[in-house]
Design a protein around this ligand. Sequence first.
Ligand code: SF4
Length: 312
Amino acid sequence: MSDPAPTMEGMRAATETAEPALPSPDLLAERLLPWFDAHNRTELPWRRPGTTAWGVLVSEIMSQQTQVARVAPVWEAWMERWPTPADLAAAPTADVLREWGRMGYPRRALRLQECAAIIAEEHGGTVPSDPAELERLPGIGTYTAAAVAVFHYGGRHAVVDTNVRRVVARLGGRSDAGAATTRADLAAAESLLPEDPATAARVSLALMELGALVCTARKTECGACPVADACGFSGQELPAGPSRKRQRYKGTNRHVRGEIMALLRDADGPVERARIDAVWTDRRMVDEAVAQLIEDGLIGTDEAGRFELPSR
Ligand code: SF4
């Protein structure tokens, strides 16, 4: 049986005394799912029917630190070129890094290739469906494991990314979630899931979508929000704070590493050190960036000391 919908008066009284209770799973699903049906970004290629578990896993790794609009074309080309884990495992690492392109944080590409090799060799080419088994693969954390287990295999698990944590925190009357996912975050998200796994999966996707489109880090559009009458933070102002500042990229060490990677990706062959030094005016930053890229296994040197992408 559904819990009765909380009234605004009741919610206001609750915020004055203690943190408001989260809405019941039934109430949340009732409010959220019709909105999701109308706003779901079905144009994302990995949400097309027939996407394999491998395709879902690749999309999740790529979307971890890159906007989905930038991920979509790379994902399409990637799946065309390496449709199975065995295909990616067998590819030259330099090609994998070239295909990764400018999505940033390229160590993810290396971890994804390692992950592909383990799936091909130890799991017969089939992406595991159990979150615990998925978490044992390189580069796969709690969120990504749950996302694959739920969005492809239809299991009933809480799928908690930054967007979901933020929305759940606000439903519970807080302006934002803490810096890292805690057991309490997972338990709170779990408590919002209906019993039926297929409905629970849609609620998880809908919460993510709500956090991406309506209840974002920078703004709350409570007037357009389908769960406003069940939300403990509805209508409140977001505090100004450093947590919502955009991370700087220009002029950082990451920027310098990105420029060096771009030079090597586009080069026809190994590159002399002088060309690397020319990508940035601050020599100390170039030295640091080169050392980090070597340590991360993203670049190497040939017998003549020239730089190149990994030769494997
Ligand atoms: Fe709550 Fe407003 Fe966020 Fe909706 S947009 S979840 S009402 S804070």
